[in-house]
Design a protein around this ligand. Structure first.
Ligand SMILES: Cc1cc2nc3c(=O)[nH]c(=O)nc-3n(C[C@H](O)[C@H](O)[C@H](O)COP(=O)(O)OP(=O)(O)OC[C@H]3O[C@@H](n4cnc5c(N)ncnc54)[C@H](O)[C@@H]3O)c2cc1C
Length: 457
């Protein structure tokens, strides 16, 4: 049996741990069943955001009338867009592997547990005192063999469809629909209920729904009843909430209806490792599973499902395993963004969660018009919404909708990272009239809301 200091199963973000540990002289085996780099650079965050760049330019030209500029797009070379995106993806696996030194054994295959501390791959058994599971998630399978999930378009091979139907209402469905519609592919988004981006604060998702519907054809309260595929085309029977059926043709069909755990591939029944009701691996505050010496990080734990969370966890596990760190990692907050048009960024609780959890709070929601740079976008919908603890001035939640929301959110994150007091955002000096200045009235509004809340109390 081969012996290592550390075995890593899944070479997404956890590749970084192999780099760090091997630099410290540890013998590491890293097992990957698909591509090194994992979801984010191969078929997730990065390629999807590369596409958003093209969508953004196309959308700006299409909407130039808002700025009294009459322009038309002559041609969008979608083949070239995918060629470039595929070229980027093709470099990931080799570039990730090039970061490993001679202490790392690279193994392609599916890692399975034989016991708590023995892993088998390609018929060979390996052991190590520390084993890290970082197996991420996979898309929920599409119900037809010709239908895609996001994995099938990164890289996109074969003919580019002229029409696409996307099923789903989460961020992946919306980001992909945003791209395909912007570059001129006839796009239909099928949403089962009336809510889209239903996990966002309801004020924000309501604005999103109104604005996004201007860019993408969305059929609400609609799902697919029957799928027929003939002559390289889907003939779909759609059904709405009143059981009315309609026919819909589409060259491509993409399901973005959620992701599921990869744990079935691990043969965990041979170990003491426990999973939760959704099949995600349970762990303690130090990422350790029920099996001593076996850890789980990233999406495989089912906790945050974001690349920046996986990255922090992997770095922190390195500190625990290699530097003897004794404090657990506690995320003070977990921001995320939806890179669509409109763009959304969010951190902390939504107003509906605050209500559900009976939390004492005040809100402030303001448009961005206080900033000339925001005004220059000639968009009326952008908003900042704060949810604040009226006793401590703590930002419990902040939700932005508008251009560059994901960038704008960072000034709020910086305050939250330090002593988390919304008054800093009211008192700090902003560059006038930068887009960031749009946060100021919301901070002023939040402090005023607290003062009147205290008066009325
Ligand atoms: C389309 C899309 C867009 C996204 N956009 C964003 C975004 O904008 N921002 C953001 O923060 N997050 C985004 N995400 C989520 C982000 O990609 C994940 O949170 C992140 O990649 C998780 O990293 P990980 O290392 O835990 O898992 P992964 O990167 O999924 O890596 C797990 C690896 O384990 C391998 N594996 C699984 N089982 C086994 C086994 N038994 N043996 C060997 N190998 C195995 C898999 O092949 C995979 O390579 C997006 C995801 C998708 C799908």
């Amino acid at each position: 049996m081969k012996k290592f200091d550390l075995i890593i199963i899944g070479a997404g973000r956890a590749s970084n741990l192999a780099v760090t540990a091997s630099k410290m002289g540890k013998k590491v085996a890293i097992i990957e069943k698909s591509k090194f780099g994992g979801t984010c650079p191969n078929r997730g965050c990065v390629p999807s955001k590369l596409l958003i760049g093209y969508a953004h330019v196309a959308r700006a030209i299409k909407e130039s009338n808002r700025h009294f500029i009459d322009s038309t797009i002559n041609k969008i070379d979608i083949e070239k867009i995918f060629e470039e995106t595929n070229k980027y993806i093709s470099k990931i696996d080799p570039s990730y592997k090039s970061r490993f030194n001679e202490n790392v054994e690279i193994i392609y295959g599916t890692g399975k547990f034989v016991s708590n501390n023995i892993v088998s791959v390609n018929g060979e058994e390996l052991t190590a005192p520390k084993i890290v599971i970082a197996t991420g998630t996979k898309p929920i399978k599409a119900p037809h063999e010709k239908a895609w999930t996001s994995d099938d378009i990164f890289p996109l091979e074969g003919e580019i469809p002229k029409s696409i139907t996307i099923v789903g209402s989460g961020f992946i469905a919306c980001e992909l629909a945003n791209f395909f519609a912007a570059v001129g592919i006839q796009t239909t988004l099928l949403v089962r209920s009336q809510r889209i981006l239903g996990n966002e604060d309801s004020d924000i998702s309501a604005i999103f729904k109104e604005e996004f519907s201007k860019n993408v054809d969305i059929l609400f309260d609609t799902s697919i009843d029957e799928i027929d595929y003939t002559n390289n085309q889907f003939d779909l029977t759609l059904i709405n909430k009143d059981n009315n059926k309609t026919k819909h043709k589409s060259q491509a069909l993409l399901y973005a209806t959620g992701r599921e755990s990869n744990t079935n591939s691990l043969d965990l029944q041979n170990t003491d490792i426990e999973v939760d009701e959704r099949n995600y691996i349970k762990r303690d505050d130090f990422f350790e599973t029920n099996a001593k010496g076996v850890y789980v990080v990233g999406d495989a734990s089912g906790e945050n499902m974001l690349q920046h969370a996986a990255a922090q966890e992997v770095n922190y596990l390195g500190k625990i395993l290699l530097e003897g760190e004794k404090e657990p990692l506690k995320f003070k907050y977990m921001p995320h963004a939806v890179f669509t048009e409109p763009e959304i960024a969010s951190v902390g609780i939504t107003e509906q969660k605050a209500k559900e959890q009976n939390i004492e709070y005040v809100t402030s929601i303001t448009p961005w018009l206080a900033s000339a740079k925001a005004m220059s976008t000639r968009l009326k919908y952008p908003r900042t919404k704060f949810i604040i603890d009226p006793n401590t001035y703590e930002i419990l939640g902040c939700h932005l909708i508008g251009p560059e929301s994901s960038t704008m959110m960072h000034q709020i994150l910086a305050v939250m990272h330090l002593d988390n007091d919304v008054r800093h955002l009211k008192e700090m000096l902003y560059i006038h009239p930068a887009l960031s200045e749009a946060i100021l009235p919301a901070a002023v509004g939040a402090v005023k809301a607290i003062e009147s809340y205290k008066k009325d109390k």
